[in-house]
Ligand binder design. Sequence first.
Ligand code: ADP
Ligand code: MG
Length: 257
Amino acid sequence: MSLLDVRDLRIAFRQDGQLTEAVRGVSFTVEKGETVALVGESGSGKSITALSTVSLLPDSAEVSGSVTYDGAQMIGADERELRRVRGNDISFIFQEPMTSLNPLHTIEKQLAESIRLHQGLTGTAVRTRILDLLEKVGIQDAESRIGSFPHQLSGGQRQRVMIAMALANGPELLIADEPTTALDVTIQAQILELLADLKRDEGMSMLFITHDLGIVRRFADRVCVMQQGEIVETGPVAEIFDRPQHPYTKMLLAAES
Ligand code: ADP
Ligand code: MG
C-alpha cells in the first residue's frame, strides 16, 4: 500500500455561477521513504493538488476522486480524522515563511504550541525538544534564537524555523510547496541540503513541489510533470530527464539549459 495514493483527482472552482476545472484527473502515489516531485509552470494546479490531500481547499472548490493516506480516504473525511492526519502524519512547508509564522509570538512560543499539542510534552521537556529541533534544522546558537520574533530572523532562518515547525509533530510525509523559491540562491542550497538530510537520515517521505528542474534532478526519486491541471508525463527522474516523451517536458528541459 502506498503512503499517499491520489486517483483521478478533479478540482473545480465555482465562480459567478460558473464551474472551472483546475485539476483534471490527476493520479500519482508517494511510497514510504520516497520523494516525488510535482513540476509545472505557475497555475498548472500543483498547490491545489497538494492542499487537497488534507482537505485544505477553500469552500468554493469542488473536489472529486480519491486521496488515501495510509489507506484512509481523505476526500470527504470528517474533521476529526482530518485533524488527526494533519496533526500527526502530514506536514506542510510553504514558499513564504512570513505568512505562516505568527509575527506576534516568539519562535519558542510557536514551536511550544505545536509540541504540546501533538506530542503531549510539558515543562522543561518542551524547551529541550525545541532546542533539539532548532539544532536539527541548522539554527546556529539556538539558545539565543529561541526568544526571537520572526522579523528578527533572516529569510533563511525563518524557513528553517518553518521546517522545525513542520517536524515538531514527527510527520511521516512532508509536503514542500516551493519551499526555497523566496530565498536567495545560497540559502536555497542550504535549505535543500537540510531537506536531503531529513530524507537520508530519517527516511522522510516527501511530496516536493517546484518549478526548478535542477532541484528535481538532485532531489527527487520520481517526477510528475503537470500542465494545465493534468499530469502529462511521469516516471523515475533519470528516465524522464534522459528520455522525455511529452513535448511539454521536452520544452521544460530545453528551457532549463
Ligand atoms: P500552481 O501551484 O501550479 O501555480 P495552483 O494549484 O495554485 O497552481 O492553481 C491552479 C489553478 O487553480 C489556478 O490557475 C487558478 O485558476 C485555480 N485556483 C486556485 N485557487 C483558486 C481559488 N481559490 N479560486 C479560484 N480558482 C483558483
Ligand atoms: Mg503553487
